[in-house]
Ligand binder design. Structure first.
Ligand SMILES: [Zn+2]
Length: 235
């Protein structure tokens, strides 16, 4: 297990939330294994943030170290959508679609970041959902709880991509702020690819808010209805 004794990958970055303070992001590679899924057998790479102990994973397929930009998704954890089949958002559908597309291409990477609920955590997300049940939209709910609309950070991607030898990305996202944040942190994004899937009666308002308030580059008409998405998940 030589990987355990490798020095952590270090990366100095400026934390956007407090510009005067420089934050050292230190991520340690822990282990890699195969991960068979309904679409392909990926390699699963596990990392740990040294300061917080937070665990993140990257799934890769094929040789991602060559010069050709890597088809990629940077996906933030959504337990309710990714694992519990929630139709409140489009996360689970996007996760599945991204893995399918990477499998179709035979090469790619999915960075799975453990920052639940746009960074507010699982229980606060449930609090936000409760406010939404009373009529708030996703942005208002976060703000009523004292959080920014989006608290996610992407600086942790840089050392993981470096470890994996990934030079540049063809990124599947509708979120221009994610592209901007990644580019600011030094990630080379060569192309943005839309990923519009999983629209359903329960997330229509949520998707409309993403377009209106969070500036997502998508039209609701572009979306594949959830009923067209065949749900094939590992049990
Ligand atoms: Zn979600």
């Amino acid at each position: 297990m030589p990987a355990l004794f490798e020095p952590p990958v270090r990366c100095a970055l400026v934390d956007g939330s407090s510009p005067s303070r420089e934050v050292i992001v230190s991520i340690r590679f822990i282990a890699a294994s195969q991960l068979p899924t309904p679409w392909a057998t990926f390699m699963l790479h596990g990392f740990q943030e040294e300061t917080t102990g937070k665990e993140h994973v990257v799934l890769t397929l094929g040789d991602v170290t060559t010069e050709e930009p890597v088809l990629a998704r940077v996906h933030s954890e959504c337990l309710t959508g990714d694992a519990l089949f929630s139709m409140r958002c489009d996360c689970g559908y996007q996760l599945q679609e991204a893995l399918k597309r990477i499998a179709d291409e035979g090469r790619g990477a999915l960075l799975y970041l453990r920052q639940e609920g746009r960074g507010i955590g699982l229980l606060n997300k449930i609090r936000a959902y409760a406010l939404q049940d009373e009529g708030a939209d996703t942005v208002e709910a976060n703000e009523q709880l004292g959080f920014n609309a989006d608290q996610r950070r992407y600086d942790i991607c840089v050392p993981m991509l470096e470890h994996l030898g990934i030079g540049s990305l063809k990124l599947m996202t509708n979120n221009p702020r994610k592209v901007e944040a990644l580019v600011q942190d030094g990630v080379n994004i060569r192309e943005r690819l839309a990923i519009t899937t999983g629209r359903n009666p329960f997330n229509e308002h949520y998707l409309t808010t993403k377009v209106g308030k969070l500036g997502h580059m998508m039209q609701l008409d572009d979306f594949t209805p959830a009923s067209d998405v065949d749900i094939e998940r590992d049990a």
